[in-house]
Design a protein around this ligand. Structure first.
Ligand SMILES: Nc1ncnc2c1ncn2[C@@H]1O[C@H](COP(=O)(O)OP(=O)(O)OP(=O)(O)O)[C@@H](O)[C@H]1O
Ligand SMILES: [Mg+2]
Length: 278
């Protein structure tokens, strides 16, 4: 099972669009997939047609110990399951603040969950608070979506610092394995520059114990495509809403790349854990 958190504390870079449509593409390719919506905005849930206003239980109930993952998980289409979010989740940040071990709750719930998936994807909020920490402790991999605009890499050191601390103190298996260029305008110079900067930044890492050593900038860049922006309002993934669009094509191709890397990453034990803080 590959467990992947989609993280960037910058807002609006394509986290949810990627989490939903990559999950749907993997499911379409025959993989058994669970998407966990860990954002109080509940955009991933809405994107898949699950209303955040409904009275149903959500990841909030799981985190406060009132429900198990299997209680709240919903089947969306063949092979695709969703653990929905709810606006209540915003309160979890405050409610969990005083609890010992608050960062490991999701990991423990996932460990006690009997269901087996090929992929678990976690859509995270645009912050590095307790919810994102729960995701980083629970998963083996991080995918970083980047929107190629000015300041795309700004704030990256804070994000990587957080990944590093979690990897050292709470989750020795954690690796940043993939960078996804989202909302790409292939013809612009800026897009090429951001890609080049990201590539040279990650390729410069030569310490195999570093959590982002060997991180892959996916060849597939997700082009700006209006169908991707329209699909959420119909409560559908791009594969239901516009299966022949550029957006569907890009996420299908990305899923193929992700599947192709599976043997490399599935054990989550590529490197030793002995490294000092940089
Ligand atoms: N490739 C794309 N082409 C066109 N629009 C896109 C594309 N990817 C995302 N969008 C749109 O850009 C906006 C931001 O995307 P998205 O919600 O996925 O970002 P996010 O990082 O999850 O945001 P937040 O930080 O608020 O959670 C949305 O309106 C979405 O529909
Ligand atoms: Mg989002």
């Amino acid at each position: 099972m590959r467990t992947i958190a989609i993280i960037n504390q910058k807002g609006g870079v394509g986290k949810t669009t990627s989490a939903v449509n990559l999950a749907a593409a993997l499911a379409e390719a025959g993989k058994h997939v669970c998407l966990v919506d860990l954002d109080p905005q509940a955009h991933a849930s809405l994107h898949l047609g699950v209303s955040a206003d409904a009275q149903g239980t959500s990841i909030y109930d799981v985190l406060i110990g009132q429900a198990s993952l299997s209680d709240v998980r919903q089947r969306i289409v063949d092979n695709l399951w969703l653990v929905p979010s709810h606006l209540d989740l915003a309160a979890a940040e405050v409610e969990l603040a005083g609890e010992v071990g608050r960062e490991v709750i999701l990991r423990d719930r996932m460990l006690s969950d009997a269901a087996e998936f090929d992929f678990v994807l976690v859509d995270c909020p645009p912050s590095l608070g307790v919810l994102t920490l729960n995701a980083l402790v629970a998963v083996n991999e991080v995918f970083l979506p980047l929107q190629p605009h000015f300041l795309a890499l700004h704030g990256l050191s804070k994000l990587l610092g957080t990944v590093d601390v979690v990897a050292q103190r709470l989750n020795g298996r954690l690796r940043l394995t993939g960078i996804i260029i989202c909302i790409n305008e292939p013809s612009t110079r800026l897009a090429a520059e951001v890609k080049r900067d990201a590539k040279s930044f990650f390729m410069a890492v030569d310490d195999p114990a570093c959590p982002w050593f060997g991180a892959r900038l996916f060849e597939t860049c997700i082009r700006r495509n209006i169908r991707l922006a329209e699909a959420p309002s119909f409560g559908q993934s791009i594969f239901e809403y516009a299966p022949h669009s550029n957006g569907a094509q890009d996420y299908r191709q990305l899923a193929e790349e992700v599947i192709a890397t599976s043997t490399e990453y599935q054990t989550g034990t590529r490197h030793s854990r002995s490294y000092s803080t940089r």
